[in-house]
Design a protein around this ligand. Structure first.
Ligand SMILES: [Zn+2]
Length: 141
C-alpha cells in the first residue's frame, strides 16, 4: 500500500477506501472501496433502508477519471440486500457508481439470447441488441 493519501479525492458517501495499489508498468492505480459498515445499506431501486443483508463480498471494477496521467480503476465492493419495500433482493445503493442501468441492459441482452436459444450468427445477435436499444434519434440540422 502506498503512503500517499488520496482519500480526499474520493469523497464518496457510505463507503471507505481500504487499499490502493499502483502499477508502474501500466501507469495505473487500483483503489479498493468497501461499504462503510457504520451505515445501514439502502436499496438501489427504492432508496429505502434495507431489511437485511442477503450476501456480501461482491465486487465490480469501474473506471474512474485519471489522476493526472495515471489511469484509475475502482474495485468497488458491494452487498446484496433484502428490501422489504421492493420485496426482493437488490444491490446496495452506491450512488457514485450506479450500475442499475448497466445491469438492466445486461439482463435484456441475456433475455434476447435466451429467447432465441442462442445465436449462430454473431452479426445477427448484434443487430437484435441494437434493435432492442435504438438510442436517441440523431439531432436534426
Ligand atoms: Zn427497494
Amino acid at each position: 500500500m502506498s503512503n500517499l493519501g488520496i482519500s480526499c479525492y474520493f469523497p464518496f458517501p457510505r463507503v471507505k477506501l481500504v487499499d490502493q495499489v499502483f502499477f508502474d508498468r501500466t501507469d495505473s492505480v487500483m483503489i479498493r472501496i468497501e461499504p462503510d459498515l457504520r451505515f445501514d445499506p439502502l436499496c438501489h431501486r427504492c432508496h429505502h433502508k434495507a431489511f437485511g443483508i442477503h450476501s456480501h463480498d461482491h465486487h465490480r471494477v469501474v473506471r474512474d477519471l485519471n489522476l493526472g496521467t495515471t489511469t484509475t480503476w475502482l474495485d468497488v465492493g458491494y452487498r446484496k440486500v433484502v428490501c422489504a419495500v421492493c420485496d426482493a433482493v437488490r444491490v446496495e445503493d452506491l450512488s457514485f457508481c450506479d450500475t442499475g442501468k448497466l445491469e438492466g441492459v445486461n439482463n435484456k441482452i441475456k433475455l434476447i439470447k435466451r429467447r432465441a436459444f442462442g445465436f449462430h450468427d454473431p452479426d445477427y445477435f448484434v443487430l437484435k441488441v441494437k434493435q432492442a436499444f435504438p438510442g436517441r434519434p440523431a439531432p436534426k440540422g
